[in-house]
Ligand binder design. Structure first.
Ligand code: NAI
Length: 465
């Protein structure tokens, strides 16, 4: 079967970039990305491509190229389902905030809604592709819904988890390490082949891996668990470095040169954030528990516990270093996004650190090159720790890095944006309260340079002799 029309439900950080690449690389396929969120779709369709809702290097050019040709963004979900041969489900799967599995299990209500909507609309056979990250064996539930509420049409379910990283999404999609397609080789080989052919338009075939459904679903959770585990492992060592005079950057380099370990994901930091790592590990922990595998669950849960500890430790260190009180002091945050080159702030360490410092009555001043004030305030509202009034009294958002630091008692680096390294740090120092403290939560600044200027400089895992 040759695919000529694709629909993607969910125009978010995954659906948007993924479909833009498919459209660009497959001019013979009409790609329609749909979402219930009208504001988001309007932003994807904005005449000025710089206003698309997701910031990713290279993405706006890609959208400008394909939009209106074979790439469309729409709120007409049913129409798009009806017209497509292949439907990607790319909706959010957050941690449950209620009921059974609260705080751990993935909330699959959006997935189920999609399945029911596809079942209700479809008049012809469809291939349904799970693009969202899902608990292992979700395809079984999706198939059940489709088969029992549908109009007697045939559905094939595939699992095709996405491994892109925000901040490098376009490059990751253009040159993926691998594309993973899980399916039922006995009854669904045709569907598997059809999706392989889509990717084969730009991905070398040896990088397109096909597996059974359950291996594919579980691989995505496993990949995120392993990646996050590296961050928590190096962060655990950063605390030991601070006590012993070892330097975490030297340690990372030394172990990363071992080809069995490798150099990536060994940067100590204030802790990982983002919408995926914590939610996916907690989901893995929950799945293990439901099978009675408590030791497996405890093992992986420790990765999240370590991450929470690191965020708390960073915040405590600020308070202790500032003579045990930050009450009324201006603490300038450089960065709010959970990592550089994205405007995504979900689970960003900055949110937790500011929450802690607000409890200590600090005045938080924030500058992030890509995150708007509205988002920052919304992130703090979402915590439900304090009223909007109190948030507005405690937090001021700036659009200039020099102004955010003016008169500050301390600067905390929360995101590793490249531009932070290029600032005129002497100028920043001159305009701060003295002693002028810097807490580098991303280890991006040169400690020697900073101390020569006169800063009291604190880096995560810094040698402390
Ligand atoms: P997102 O929250 O940015 O986008 C999801 C979109 O789906 C939202 O715009 C929402 O309005 C829409 N939606 C929800 N239910 C809908 C429905 N019934 N009909 C139409 N639209 C609906 O989420 P994101 O970050 O794109 O993640 C999507 C999935 O991909 C999640 O399962 C996530 O775990 C996974 N993933 C995310 C990655 C990332 O870096 N963000 C990377 C790899 C996988």
């Amino acid at each position: 079967m040759k695919i000529t029309s694709i629909c993607c439900i969910g125009a978010g950080y995954v659906g948007g970039p993924t479909m833009a690449i498919i459209a660009q690389k497959c001019p013979h396929i009409k790609v329609t990305v749909v979402d219930l969120n009208e504001e988001r779709i309007a932003a994807w369709n904005d005449d000025d491509v710089n206003n698309i809702p997701i910031y990713e290097p290279g993405l706006s050019d890609l959208v400008a190229e394909a939009r209106g040709k074979n790439l469309f963004f729409s709120t007409e979900v049913e129409k798009a389902i009806d017209e497509a041969q292949m439907i990607f489900i790319s909706v959010n799967t957050p941690t449950k905030t209620y009921g059974l599995g609260k705080g751990m299990a993935a909330d699959l209500k959006y997935i189920e809604l999609c399945a029911r909507q596809i079942a209700a609309v479809a008049k012809e056979n469809k291939i349904v592709v799970e693009k969202s990250t899902l608990p292992v064996r979700t395809a079984e539930a999706v198939k059940n819904i489709l088969d029992n509420t549908g109009n007697g049409v045939q559905f094939q379910i595939l699992s095709n988890p996405e491994f892109l990283a925000e901040g490098t999404a376009v490059q990751d999609l253009l040159n993926p390490d691998r594309v993973l397609i899980g399916g039922d080789a006995t009854n669904g080989q045709e569907a598997i082949d059809a999706l392989v052919e889509v990717y084969a338009n730009w991905v070398p075939r040896e990088k397109i891996l096909t597996t059974n459904l359950w291996s594919s679903e579980l691989s995505k959770l496993t990949a995120n668990a392993f990646l996050a585990q590296r961050v928590s492992s190096i962060n655990a060592m950063s605390e030991l470095c601070e006590k012993t005079g070892a330097d975490i950057n030297e340690l990372s380099k030394a172990i990363g040169m071992d080809s069995r370990i490798g150099p990536k994901f060994l940067k100590a930091s204030v802790g990982f954030g983002g919408s995926c790592f914590q939610k996916d590990i907690l989901n893995l922990v929950y799945i293990a528990k439901t099978y009675g595998l408590n030791k497996v669950a405890d093992y992986w849960e420790q990765v999240v516990i370590m991450n929470d500890h690191q965020k708390r430790r960073f915040s405590n260190n600020i308070v202790q270093t500032l003579y045990n009180t930050v009450s009324g002091k201006k603490i300038a945050f450089l960065g709010w996004a959970f990592k550089k080159d994205t405007n995504d702030t979900r689970e960003s360490a900055a949110i937790n650190v500011s929450d802690f410092l607000l409890n200590e009555q600090a005045k938080i001043a924030v500058y992030d090159p890509r995150v708007k004030e509205k988002q920052i305030i919304n992130d703090l509202i979402y915590l439900k720790s304090r009223s909007l009034d109190d948030i507005k009294k405690g937090v001021i958002v700036y659009d200039n890095p020099y102004e955010v630091c003016r008169g500050a008692h301390a600067i905390a680096i929360l995101t590793e944006w490249d531009e932070f390294k290029e600032y005129d740090w002497q100028k920043i120092y001159d305009n701060m309260q003295k002693p002028a403290f810097v807490f580098d939560g991303r280890n991006i600044l040169d400690a020697k340079k900073m101390t020569t200027i006169g800063f009291v400089f604190n880096a995560i895992g810094g040698a402390n002799e």
